[in-house]
Design a protein around this ligand. Structure first.
Ligand SMILES: C[S@@+](CC[C@H](N)C(=O)[O-])C[C@H]1O[C@@H](n2cnc3c(N)ncnc32)[C@H](O)[C@@H]1O
Length: 260
């Protein structure tokens, strides 16, 4: 069977025979949300602080009504994209494929871990976030966790969305990166604001003992594939700073914009 090859270090896709590296080849139900959370989010990092600031200020400028319907795709063990949408939404869907992550997210919504308060404290430094009286009750009341794949999205008209570290981190195939970007942006209505984050030039990552895949994408890949679906507001390259998250990537890319 001819497939699109995994993207090599030099970028670019070409047809070849590939037997693995696709999204469906990985044991997503065994993704360990506690290990992932501890490694990535227990302490608020400078790169995530920068992402929070840019996303908060972009959504605050977007003139959203407070009854928007938002979606975070591939939420994993990360609540901060949902917190970024909280003041604007009366319904937030956390859309996730891994059963283990779904269980973890539902538990966090019933009783959030204290680490998430660092993220909220950063958000309330400006914009409409400070006016939210009880963010944790609001989060619980407004948010639903839904099982589904980014490749099979049925939503088409949501008002805002986030997708952080998903499209490039769920397979080795550039055509699955492209489909995931299209699945996410296709779920939004025209002119809906969104924020998406990507690992730059990532060669995969370990969660617990399991290796998960990545497509080593660049800024120009993000510009190209997101640009097919959206008007880009801003694109940020976020360097690794003094404390890289791990080996095998070159920083993060954040894009904000509006669905065409
Ligand atoms: C690298 S993690 C990112 C998690 C989180 N968004 C974050 O910001 O840290 C990739 C996430 O994509 C999810 N995922 C894998 N395949 C998926 C699919 N086909 N559709 C939706 N989510 C998927 C994984 O279960 C995991 O939660």
């Amino acid at each position: 069977m001819t497939q699109i090859a995994p993207m090599g270090a030099g970028g670019g896709a070409h047809p070849t025979e590939v037997a693995d590296g696709a999204n469906e080849d990985y044991p997503w139900d065994e993704f360990d949300p506690d290990a992932y959370f501890i490694h990535n989010y227990r302490h608020l990092r400078d790169d995530d602080r920068e992402i929070l600031s840019q996303v908060r200020d972009f959504f605050a400028r977007a003139n959203l009504s407070p009854d928007a319907r938002g979606i975070d795709v591939g939420s994993g063990a990360n609540l901060y994209p949902a917190l970024c949408m909280l003041p604007f939404c009366d319904r937030i869907t956390l859309y996730e494929w891994s059963r283990g992550n779904i269980k973890w997210l539902k538990k966090q919504l019933r009783r959030h871990g204290p680490a998430w308060e660092q993220y909220w404290h950063h958000l309330i430094e400006s914009g409409p976030y400070a006016a939210v009286e009880d963010p944790w009750t609001d989060l619980q009341r407004k948010t639903r966790v839904t099982h589904g794949s980014v490749f099979e999205m049925t939503e088409r008209a949501l008002d805002m969305g986030t997708m952080f570290f998903v499209a490039e981190s769920i397979s080795k195939w550039v055509h699955q990166f492209e489909s995931a970007v299209g699945g996410f942006l296709g779920a939004l209505r025209p002119d809906a604001p969104f924020a998406a984050a990507f690992m730059q030039n990532s060669h995969g990552y370990k969660v617990g003992k399991i290796d998960f895949p990545a497509v080593p994408i660049t800024v120009s890949d993000v510009r190209r594939y997101v640009g097919e679906w959206a008007k880009i507001d801003n694109l940020y390259e976020i360097g690794m700073g003094d404390k890289p998250l791990r080996d095998g990537y070159d920083g993060m890319i954040l894009v904000t914009g509006w669905r065409r």
